[in-house]
Design a binder for this molecule. Sequence first.
Ligand SMILES: [Mg+2]
Length: 126
Amino acid sequence: MNRPILIVDDSPTLRTSLSFCLENAGYQTIQSENGQEGLDTLTKLKEEGKSIGLIITDINMPVMDGIGFIREVKATSFRFVPILVLSTETERSLKDQAKEAGAAGWLNKPFRPEQLLWVVKKFIRV
Ligand SMILES: [Mg+2]
């Protein structure tokens, strides 16, 4: 069985549609609604001795945004987990910031399921 995918996004609608798409394709998902909650989830998983295969994060979120979240993840034992950004943002500078912070890839909302699954399959650590 694949390791689960952590979805970090403040939109409940997006989290639901994304997890529906991924779970239909056979993946397990865990949801967090901002960067800080995502970090708390990772801490909890670590305490339970569990791992994840991939993180998909939004950029614009309250409390802790996607760029901050990526930077923080890279300072934890989950630093080798690939991180994909899924955002409505299209600014080059933001994409560069995400890449510098350690993001493996960038997808734009609204996502196309086939494209998303192709990228997930390419990056997920099984
Ligand atoms: Mg958002």
